[in-house]
Ligand binder design. Structure first.
Ligand SMILES: *[C@@H]1O[C@H](CO)[C@@H](O)[C@H](O)[C@H]1NC(C)=O
Length: 199
């Protein structure tokens, strides 16, 4: 992994804790802990290794912005999450849930999914993600609405980008999850920073 890709993730929590401490003092800094996760999601809608299956076919009319699709089309997913963009990159979890074409006119999906982490410092924890995915936007923002394990009572947001198309049926998405979890103890010092334990 290139140093330039790693740097912002390592530095960000340091900046954040300094900014929090300056703005509101140590009480606010102790109130929550930011966890940043970065990974790629493989949405494979057909062919070998399919992980996304359409379970509802909207009865129509045809969607004006998405040829071949219909309002209400719903897909269930169990997409692999990997550390790097390649399909053979280290598996760090799964994204399990659904997306539904929920706009009559725009290419916008409503997403509801659980990120299940299966490796790294947060192995066994989950993050609940919900929100709107306008596939025509370069960056989409969804909400972190909760979680389990290390992510109990998490709040935050997810930045979601289409990284590349491996094939017609295999879309690779890049996700940055910024979750704040309540913490009774102050944030760990930078050398034990959570950003380096990215799943
Ligand atoms: C994740 O946790 C499970 C259950 O404890 C364990 O079986 C598995 O080996 C762990 N995976 C990694 C990559 O640490």
């Amino acid at each position: 992994m290139a140093v330039s890709r790693l740097m912002p993730r390592v530095l960000f929590p340091v900046f954040l804790s300094v900014a929090l401490a300056m703005a509101t003092g140590p009480v606010a800094a102790a109130r929550g802990r930011l966890i940043h996760l970065h990974f790629f999601m493989h949405d494979i809608t057909g062919g070998p290794g399919q992980t996304a299956v359409q379970v509802v076919k909207g009865p129509g009319p045809a969607h004006p912005a998405m040829p071949g699709s219909h309002f209400g089309d719903t897909t269930v997913i169990d997409d692999a999450l990997t550390e790097g963009a390649g399909a053979s990159s280290r598996l760090v979890g799964r994204a399990q849930g659904t997306y539904m074409l929920a706009s009559l006119s725009e290419p916008a999906l409503v997403v509801s999914m659980t990120v299940v982490l299966t490796a790294g410092a947060y192995n066994g924890s989950t993050v609940a993600v919900a929100g709107r995915d306008d596939v025509s936007a370069s960056v989409r923002e969804l909400a972190v609405v909760g979680g389990t394990g290390a992510f109990r009572r998490a709040t935050g947001h997810v930045l979601w980008r289409t990284a590349r198309m491996e094939s017609r049926d295999h879309m690779v998405l890049e996700l940055d999850v910024y979750a704040t979890v309540p913490g009774a103890s102050p944030a760990p010092p930078p050398r034990a920073g959570v950003a380096r334990q990215v799943a």
